[in-house]
Design a protein around this ligand. Structure first.
Ligand SMILES: O=c1ccn([C@@H]2O[C@H](COP(=O)(O)OP(=O)(O)O[C@H]3O[C@H](CO)[C@@H](O)[C@H](O)[C@H]3O)[C@@H](O)[C@H]2O)c(=O)[nH]1
Length: 484
């Protein structure tokens, strides 16, 4: 039996995109056996494990292989390593287990391809040892992927950390990028995560192909730059398959009759601004109060997802999300009562895709995670870009300057956003001519997104090319594992 093996990073955003990619593949080739290698991260399992168990019961053609758990030594956990560096340590530890698992799957299946998450692309060496074609899957934007492939070139061009450079970087297919807005782990070349990312970037030329969750009309410049080889100036480039927008269809934690949807039913068309900050976004109490004041002053209707603040940034993924926030003590006194006619505050989590598709939602204040961006574009909802972590500042530049689907939320040097800024930006999006232009642009892209997914649309054509490439590989080259 023919199989595809996928190796996602242990982050809910990446896992969800991987599963959606699997569903897409299975819809077009149901006879394929899909295997997913799961890293059990010691810092967060509940959100991912719940999601995985839901998927296992609904999609029996997907087999999950749990890689052995690696307990990070206490010295690493208590050190100043950031989350990305910790993640790379875990992934590094997985190497021998991936090798073993691939060998074991190959006893009963012909593996057509190994699909590596961008964070996991260092494992491409295992694929080479086993003579397996490996593809790199980017669940982020094509612009991010362009910068990832181009990182080794940037590294040689500049001799300073991006956070100290204070200039614009010239990355093929990407608008001039302020060096401080590069993805967070890349800002400091002394950071352990930087070196890991550099190694991941060096894996690019060894890939059999690149798979990105985007579509041509959304990111024409970066797609052209990648497929034209501009991001890998010294090596031949591999085929690029833009299969998006791949947007989640299974909600991770909530049901579709969530109370916020019933509240939205009673609001006027396009009147509500929705505030939600991905799977990991959290704010301090001070920042939550500032948002509350700004929303109240704007007098715009709102649906706001609030999480409990955490003090330890490194562990926010694990700890913050599980506990409900105490809204009365967190938000300004009387806020909930004063705004009860116009606003709805939800603790922790909402079914975001359904919220965005609701007719009453007219704007989205987002952290600019790529899944959220695609979901907003597919629903035709314009954004206010308020990046928090990962590559989200980079996304903001692209969203505002290239795609023109978002307004820029301005923050202080320390990242604090004042109530007046919240008030002005929300009003600008929901009521001004500039807001209208952004709304019109996102509506154009909504239709382009739909068109990409038609049977003869560019994303479906790319998918068929990819499935054929896998089939032909097996038929013509008779791919065999090198058992060593
Ligand atoms: O209350 C919530 C909050 C989030 N979501 C969903 O959770 C996902 C969040 O994904 P995303 O917007 O991409 O944010 P992150 O979870 O933060 O994703 C990580 O992965 C992305 C893809 O690589 C990157 O773009 C981000 O910067 C990175 O933080 C989306 O599908 C949302 O619909 C909900 O359904 N309800």
């Amino acid at each position: 039996m023919e199989a595809i093996v996928l190796y996602p990073a242990p982050l809910i955003g990446h896992l969800v995109s991987t599963i959606e990619l699997c569903k897409l593949i299975l819809t077009h080739n149901p006879s394929l056996s899909i295997h997913i290698l799961i890293t059990i991260a010691p810092y967060d399992t509940s959100s991912t494990s719940h999601y995985i168990s839901t998927v296992s019961t609904t999609l029996p053609s997907i087999t999950f292989h749990n890689l052995p758990t690696f307990q990070l030594p206490p010295t690493l956990l208590s050190s100043s390593l950031n989350h990305e560096a910790l993640l790379f340590h875990l992934l590094h530890h997985n190497h021998p287990h991936i090798h073993q698992t691939l060998l074991s799957i190959s006893k009963t299946h012909t593996i057509q391809a190994l699909i590596l998450d961008i964070f996991c692309s260092q494992s491409i060496s295992i694929a080479s040892q086993l003579n397996l074609p490996a593809y790199i899957f980017c669940s982020a934007s094509a612009s991010t992927f362009a910068s990832f492939l181009y990182l080794p070139t940037l590294h040689h061009t500049y001799d300073k950390c991006f956070k100290e450079l204070n200039s614009f970087l010239d990355i093929p297919g990407v608008p001039p990028m302020p060096s401080r807005d590069m993805p967070k782990p890349l800002l400091d070349r002394n950071d352990e995560a930087y070196q890991y990312f550099l190694n991941c970037g060096l894996a690019g030329p060894k890939a059999a192909g690149f798979i990105i969750n985007t579509f041509e009309a959304l990111e024409p410049s970066s797609i052209k730059a990648i497929s034209g080889g501009l991001c890998l100036p010294n090596s031949p480039t591999s085929p690029l398959y833009c299969l998006g927008p791949i947007v989640t269809t299974t909600d991770k934690k909530t049901t579709s009759d969530h109370e916020c949807l019933r509240w939205l039913d009673s609001q006027p068309s396009k009147s509500v601004v929705f505030l939600c900050f991905g799977s990991l976004g959290v704010f301090s109490k001070e920042q939550l109060c500032e948002i509350a004041i700004g929303l109240e002053k704007s007098a715009v209707r709102f649906l706001w997802v609030v999480r409990k603040p955490v003090t330890d940034q490194k562990h926010n993924l694990a700890l913050g999300l599980q506990e409900d926030p105490e809204l009365d003590s967190l938000l300004p006194e009387g806020f909930l009562n004063r705004t009860k006619e116009k606003g709805f505050v939800v603790k922790n989590w909402v079914p975001q895709v359904e919220v965005l598709k609701h007719d009453s939602v007219g704007g989205f204040v987002s952290h600019c995670g790529w899944n959220s961006v695609l979901e907003a574009v597919c629903a035709g909802v314009p954004l206010i870009a308020w990046p928090l972590y990962a590559e989200q500042r980079f996304n903001r530049v692209v969203l505002v300057e290239e795609m023109e689907v978002a307004l820029w939320m301005h923050e202080s040097e320390s990242g604090f956003v004042a109530a007046t800024e919240v008030e002005e930006r929300v009003n600008e999006l929901m009521k001004s001519g500039r807001g209208k232009r952004v709304r019109n642009r996102v509506m154009v892209l909504k239709f382009e997104a739909k068109a990409s997914l038609l049977e003869d649309g560019p994303s479906r054509v790319a998918l068929h090319k990819l499935l054929n490439a896998w089939k032909n590989q097996v038929n013509e080259d008779k791919v065999h594992l090198n058992i060593i």
